[in-house]
Design a protein around this ligand. Structure first.
Ligand code: PSU
Ligand code: MN
Length: 302
């Protein structure tokens, strides 16, 4: 039921480094033509390091690990692609639909294929108006039960960073700051949420993860990587743009799965495109970190 590209199969079978990438970000998170550009650039960075890049999505009902450039192009431009998480994964497959997989669905498929490192921009999490909506991403429940290394710049900017962090702790998901003492706030390097696990090297991250899993835990390990300083947007500016965007969303009754794309595009307008540049910068940086991490993981797996 799952198609894995032959070069990815070979890499996994021989224990060579592989990094999984999601497609929800391409189809629903970034506008064309940036979405395809960044998807290809992230893959390139990973390949240049000597690792394999496996972007994952549902192609006409078939879970596919290692999309071709043509397929990536379709995920970037085709209309009506579903945003597929765990709850509608079976639906997407059964309907033979195209599904851009979120972190949750991507993790499940990647792990089943034998991949242990995944990269994204920001994970889903607890929404700011959770008291009203109970909107909590299925990324969190999947992170609680899927033993993978997940490289990200914290949670999406539009979410409640502190509540998301608390939820991760509740679910037993270690959050390790990579050369940072704060859970990053996506567009900003700081969020005010202090981390108590700070790793100076990726070797340390791998060591802690192995100890975590050797103890029998099934949760993911989050490698929290701040946006490069030169691309950062100060938190106060992001917050101002976001309150506008949230008010607009409320007025237009945008909610659930449509909320993220709406807020991101509104923030992009409000920051005159700087949020988009920041988003691209952090993704590419995270791809580089994930590639390095996958080499260390492969080297230390026997
Ligand atoms: N971060 C972004 N843009 C995105 C996403 C994350 O900056 O589009 C996507 C990821 O695929 C993540 C998903 O897994 O949003 C979470 O969506 P939801 O809140 O609907 O679970
Ligand atoms: Mn949601």
């Amino acid at each position: 039921m799952m198609h894995i590209a032959p070069h990815i199969v070979r890499a996994i079978a021989s224990g060579r480094p592989v990094v999984a990438l999601e497609t929800a970000l391409i189809s629903h998170g970034l506008p064309p033509p940036f979405n395809l550009e960044v998807a290809l650039q992230a893959e390139d960075l990973i390949r240049q390091s000597g690792a394999q890049a496996a972007t994952i999505g549902i192609v006409a009902g078939r879970p596919t690990i290692g999309l071709t450039t043509d397929e990536l192009n379709l995920f970037a431009n085709r209309e009506g692609i579903l945003k597929t998480n765990i709850s509608n994964l079976a639906w997407t497959i059964t309907r033979q639909a195209w599904g851009a997989t979120t972190v949750s669905a991507t993790m499940k498929l990647a792990y089943r294929a034998g991949i242990r490192v995944l990269v994204t921009g920001g994970i889903g999490g607890v929404h700011r108006d959770v008291e009203k909506t109970l909107d909590i991403s299925s990324d969190l429940s999947t992170l609680a039960e899927t033993p993978m290394l997940v490289v990200c710049s914290g949670t999406k900017a539009i979410l409640d960073v502190r509540k998301t962090f608390e939820y991760l702790e509740t679910m037993g998901v270690p959050v390790i700051g990579y050369q940072t003492d704060q859970f990053p706030a996506f567009f900003s390097r700081t969020s005010g949420v202090k981390l108590d696990m700070i790793a100076g090297t990726l070797e340390e991250v791998v060591q802690v993860s192995r100890t975590h899993w050797a103890a029998g835990h099934q949760s993911a390990v989050i490698v929290a990587v701040p946006i490069p300083a030169e691309a950062e947007i100060p938190q106060t500016e992001v917050e101002a743009a976001l309150s506008h965007a949230l008010a607009e969303a409320d007025q237009a009754h945008v909610m659930g799965k449509n909320l993220t794309p709406f807020l991101l595009s509104t923030i992009e307008k409000l920051t005159a495109g700087r949020s988009l540049k920041a988003n691209v910068a952090l993704l590419l940086h995270n791809a580089q970190v994930a590639a390095d991490l996958s080499h260390i993981w492969a080297r230390t797996t026997s």
